[in-house]
Design a protein. Structure first.
Length: 217
């Protein structure tokens, strides 16, 4: 059984990627999305190809293109910032403000000891995230993130350095405590397609978010 399909037509699929499942085969081996790609052909000869990335821990909407032409067009829509992305994250603390915008440029750094990570850096690539507080429960806060750019680890770094409160369970930018994964969920995706109807997908709040007392009202 492959992941659940949230949207399907002749050129696109949006799947509900489970948290903890990497898109590419990890160096150490183990399960990944590639295992399900054949199941996702759904009668087509060609296997669909992921258009963008979600971190291993991030659950939710992942767009796959079903042919090379669609892949090119959808990739361009992401590059041109035409794609609307809605994420829900649980941060490990409470927030004083209700909403805001984080504009922190990001750069990749790498050390032999800790591997690589992203850091806020004036000379980095511009990264912008709009956020809104949705619900506070047991010292944790459910936050809606709408990233304008799509930098690697953008929401994770923006939560930790911009909000000053990391995502719950984030082992790189937080303490890694409180949850078995980084609590980030790609809840919605809208991809414009010119004169064609847009691709619209919504992924329900996962069980581990619900278990912490949050709802996607």
């Amino acid at each position: 059984m492959g992941p659940e399909i949230l949207f399907e037509d002749g050129e696109a699929l949006v799947i509900d990627k489970p948290g903890g499942l990497p898109i590419d085969r990890p160096r150490a081996g183990g399960p990944c999305l590639e295992d399900s790609i054949d199941d996702l052909k759904l009668g087509f000869q060609r296997a669909p190809v992921p258009v963008h990335r979600l971190d291993r821990d991030t659950s939710g909407c992942l767009l796959l293109a079903r042919n090379p032409k669609a892949l090119k067009r959808f990739s361009a829509a992401f590059e041109e910032r035409l794609v609307e992305k809605r994420y829900l994250g649980i941060v490990a603390g409470e927030l004083a403000e209700e909403e805001g915008t984080i504009a922190l440029s990001l750069s990749k750094v790498s050390t032999a000891k800790d591997g690589w990570r992203m850091i806020p850096a004036r000379k980095g690539k511009p990264a912008i995230t709009h956020w809104r507080k949705l619900e506070t429960h047991g010292g944790l806060t459910l936050v809606e993130f709408r990233p304008e750019t799509g930098r690697t680890h953008q929401i994770r770094v923006h939560a930790a350095s911009g909000l000053g409160v990391p995502l719950l369970g984030d082992p790189v930018y937080g303490s890694g405590k409180g949850a078995p994964r980084t609590m980030l969920h790609a809840a919605g995706l809208t991809v414009p397609r010119g004169e064609k109807a847009p691709i619209v997908a919504v992924s329900p709040l996962p069980a581990d978010f619900l278990a912490l007392g949050f709802s996607d009202a």
